[in-house]
Design a protein around this ligand. Sequence first.
Ligand SMILES: NC(=O)C1=CN([C@@H]2O[C@H](COP(=O)(O)OP(=O)(O)OC[C@H]3O[C@@H](n4cnc5c(N)ncnc54)[C@H](OP(=O)(O)O)[C@@H]3O)[C@@H](O)[C@H]2O)C=CC1
Ligand SMILES: Nc1nc(=O)c2c([nH]1)NC[C@@H]1CN(c3ccc(C(=O)N[C@@H](CCC(=O)O)C(=O)O)cc3)C=[N+]21
Length: 279
Amino acid sequence: MTTRLSGSELAAGIRAEVAAAAAELAAAGTPPRLAVVVATADESSAWYVRSIARAAEKTGIACSVVDLGETATPDRIRAELAALSRDPAVHGIILQTPLPADAVFEDLAASIDPAKDVDGANPLSLGRLAAGLPAFAPATAAAVLALLDHHGIPLSGAHAVVVGRSNVVGKPAAHLLLQRDATVTICHSRTKELAEVTRSADVLVAAVGRPGLVAAEHVAEDAVVIDVGTNPMPDGGLVGDVDAGSVSGRVAALTPVPGGVGPVTTALLLHQTIQAARS
Ligand SMILES: NC(=O)C1=CN([C@@H]2O[C@H](COP(=O)(O)OP(=O)(O)OC[C@H]3O[C@@H](n4cnc5c(N)ncnc54)[C@H](OP(=O)(O)O)[C@@H]3O)[C@@H](O)[C@H]2O)C=CC1
Ligand SMILES: Nc1nc(=O)c2c([nH]1)NC[C@@H]1CN(c3ccc(C(=O)N[C@@H](CCC(=O)O)C(=O)O)cc3)C=[N+]21
């Protein structure tokens, strides 16, 4: 029997908490505001921005989308992030990907005030996270931990294997798991014998962006599997990195896609915006 580790109820609970806090902040004269900086015409990015804006407004967080266009220069993007960092009416800032070809995400994100860096994009935030100092974690990495905690999965001493080493998901998720006393292995595209490594995981986090990468031969029978992948299919559907068909029935627990990490990510982004507005 494989338990379905749903994220939808957890996300709804976080959004309810966010709505109550946003109302309190507004009544106290600090209406919370999130700014989203966009420099792409990418369709899936536009979908994600709309879904953030919708969720923000539903919970009482104002959301300004600053679209600089796909021809924006790195200097222009940097200047905008710096201006928003100085704006006292803005509490949270996110820089959307993809970026124009000559822009480096981490380099530009260094211009986001760490106190407003609600998606943990500034390399300073990642460094602070790694050092065990207070910092905003990327919302997706935080969502992985929130799901594990919500479903009561023990982490201390557990072998956690993270597949993927991006600054947005894999690396920060590994640091958060390490902070919780898991024994952490990070895998990537050059990892040898991937299936052998992942089979030794008590907790397996897949954050790659390849449908079906994790199949039955990659998992132990009692593993807890968190599927971060959100891969759009030609038919308009969305699938994760885990081949749910071959894995479910075998592992102890698995997050669904959709309805797993995704909704928790968006809810935590709003929650981190509330934290930023409070400080
Ligand atoms: N639900 C949510 O909220 C979010 C979902 N996502 C989804 O998560 C997935 C990962 O995103 P992101 O981290 O940004 O992606 P990146 O493309 O930045 O990173 C992918 C990682 O996977 C590794 N990788 C690629 N191929 C393999 C392979 N065959 N075996 C092992 N490792 C491999 C890469 O290794 P190497 O470093 O060696 O190249 C890299 O570290 C995507 O599907 C994305 O859509 C992302 C953010 C939020
Ligand atoms: N710096 C950075 N931070 C991110 O957080 C980030 C990013 N870059 N790049 C793009 C990806 C993508 N992403 C998603 C978040 C929520 C859902 C989500 O809520 N999806 C719904 C389903 C939507 C549907 O059905 O189409 C779900 O999983 O249930 C999806 C995708 C965040 N990303």
